[in-house]
Ligand binder design. Structure first.
Ligand SMILES: C[S@@+](CC[C@H](N)C(=O)[O-])C[C@H]1O[C@@H](n2cnc3c(N)ncnc32)[C@H](O)[C@@H]1O
Length: 371
């Protein structure tokens, strides 16, 4: 049976999420602000959780309606089919947000939605008290311009948590964003990737996973695992499918370096966890000594930001060195993410293409040089 589903994502990644969902068989795919709405069955729900590289969460959309009073909110939520997913013992906390809407008090919306969900479940289970000792079914709400979406979170911890990076350095880039940069730079399995500011290795690892078609959710679990809602046979066949799709015998190589020896060590540990160590060549190096060893390369990097790691002048000095080292030549492309408006001036060249992306709350540009 088809369900309405939602994939949430970082702002700027909606198009990439919509494309990857279409590729795995999603229907009625519609990109909105910070999310993509689509439809699919239980198999697709599992597939999206295991294989989405760019989404933050996959949720079941229980209802979508307008509400400007708590009465309207309560009555509409009460009619939703919670009992199709939540058993009489399950735990169902409610969280969410409201933007530009008449119903703006989050704690009040939370209370009303919880009360309405309890009323709906009481009717179905004919009981008046819910112990809430069973598996967690997180109810999420989004209210934007008075339009309410009520959803059930199937992912649990955000999908950017692939399970390979419990350890990270001071300013790691989010895994979903690193994967998006690799995709925007059109990284392929026959390319050679470089990241000379590798930190904990996120770009190198996401690049290796993308190039070799390794599903990002391959070694993690999801909340929906514990609901008993998805037959075990679907989990088994979808994990097998993900394993079968991994490219074998590619000649993909990723060169990573960092001035900090601890960062290089972290990259090694993280790469091992997700089984991509064989693709990586790592060393400790200052950017001023950057010397690529191959004829062609796809360089994707997240250099230090002034406000977080060094002062701005230090960071801009590094951008100047990068401009000298990242020589414009055939066979090379460079992709650099930075929040610094002066980046192109310091780097010394205007990008061939730019894309606005958010690294957490920081608005950045992804500067792409293709020739
Ligand atoms: C923003 S962090 C990169 C984070 C990385 N993308 C990750 O996910 O962990 C910038 C990195 O640049 C490194 N770095 C700072 N100055 C450097 C230099 N002169 N040469 C090479 N690496 C440098 C820092 O040690 C830090 O790991």
């Amino acid at each position: 049976m088809k369900m309405n589903l939602v994939a949430t994502c970082l702002l700027g990644l909606e198009g990439l999420v919509a494309d990857e969902l279409r590729q795995i068989g999603a229907e009625n795919v519609n990109a909105e602000n910070g999310r993509v709405v689509f439809s699919g069955d239980k198999t697709l729900l599992v597939r999206a959780n295991i294989s989405s590289r760019f989404a933050e969460r996959i949720l079941i959309l229980l209802g979508r309606f307008n509400a400007i009073t708590f009465e309207e909110l309560f009555e509409s939520v009460k009619r939703l089919p919670f009992a199709d997913f939540i058993s009489s013992r399950d735990t169902f906390p409610v969280t969410g947000y409201s933007i530009n809407s008449q119903l703006h008090s989050i704690p009040d919306c939370q209370k009303i939605i919880k009360k309405a969900a309890v009323e709906s479940l009481k009717k179905d289970y004919k009981i008046s008290w819910f112990e809430e000792t069973g598996p967690v079914h997180k109810i999420k709400f989004s209210i934007m311009k008075d339009e309410v979406l009520i959803m059930l979170d199937t992912s649990g911890p955000g999908l950017h948590k692939r399970s390979y990076r419990p350890e990270s350095n001071d300013a790691p880039i989010r895994e979903t964003l690193a994967a998006a940069m690799c995709s925007l730079s059109r990284l392929k399995s026959y390319h050679t990737l470089y990241d000379p500011f590798c930190g904990s290795g996120t770009i190198l690892i996401e690049g290796a996973m993308l190039a070799n078609n390794i599903a990002p959710g391959i070694i993690r679990n999801f909340d929906v695992d514990r609901w008993g809602y998805i037959p075990e046979s679907i989990w088994i066949s979808e994990r097998e499918r993900a394993n079968d799709l991994i490219k074998k015998d590619t000649d993909f190589i990723a060169f990573g370096s960092d001035i900090d020896s601890h960062a290089v060590e972290l990259t090694k540990i993280n790469a091992k966890r997700i089984n991509v160590s064989s693709f990586l060549r790592l060393k400790i190096a200052d950017i001023k000594d950057f010397e690529p060893t191959t004829e062609k390369g796809t360089l994707i990097t997240n250099p230090p930001y002034g406000e977080r790691m060094l002062d701005l002048r230090e960071a801009e000095k590094i951008y100047r060195v990068m401009g000298e080292k990242f020589v414009s030549q055939r066979g090379w492309s460079y992709g650099i993410i930075s929040p610094d408006e002066e980046f192109e001036k310091c780097f010394g060249r205007k990008a061939d293409k730019r894309r606005k992306l958010y690294n957490g709350m920081i608005k950045c540009q992804y500067y792409m040089y293709f020739k």
